[in-house]
Design a protein around this ligand. Structure first.
Ligand code: MG
Length: 162
């Protein structure tokens, strides 16, 4: 088993869609970034790459590359899934925290969970996503941006008992 950890943050701005976990969430602002700026999937992608000691999102999908401009982060995660499969790993479980003051995500979280479960063909009850505020402290507290933290375990298909 391998453990991976990922962190990401993006600035909240007007005139952008808010996409979290592949779900478009109705809100007056969205996250700024080269791709769709899905902070949750970016932290998940970094966690998976980290578990494989295979670099980070920035090295695989540089924001200087026009190919990734406006890209769906679900597509980026699909590439990462392919890298994972090629290396003989499967995604065992996912545990994430999204830190934001608003909007409330409670009703959207089941869809985010399903997106991740489907993308990685996971068994039920292996994906956890929590949302919490930062108690009005710092850049998240001032609603200048959203942060996400993600921990994963990967199972090694080649050597399941090692
Ligand atoms: Mg990012």
């Amino acid at each position: 088993m391998r453990v991976g950890f990922g962190y990401d943050s993006h600035r909240l701005v007007e005139g952008r869609a808010l996409v979290l976990g592949g779900v478009v969430i109705p809100f007056e602002k969205g996250l700024l970034g080269h791709s769709d700026a899905d902070v949750l999937l970016h932290s998940l992608g970094d966690a998976i790459l980290g578990a494989m000691a295979a670099g980070d999102l920035g090295t695989h999908f540089p924001d200087t590359d026009a190919q990734w401009k406006g890209a769906s982060s679900m597509d980026l995660l699909e590439r990462i899934r392919e890298m994972m499969t090629a290396r003989g790993f499967t995604l065992n479980n996912v545990d994430c925290s999204i830190v934001l003051e608003e909007p409330r995500l409670k009703n959207h979280i089941p869809l985010m969970v399903r997106n991740i479960e489907r993308l990685f063909s996971m068994k039920p009850a292996r994906v956890s996503i929590k949302a919490k505020t930062n108690e009005k402290m710092g850049f998240v507290g001032r609603a200048e941006g959203i942060a996400a933290y993600c921990a994963v375990t990967l199972a090694d298909k080649e050597a399941p008992n090692e």
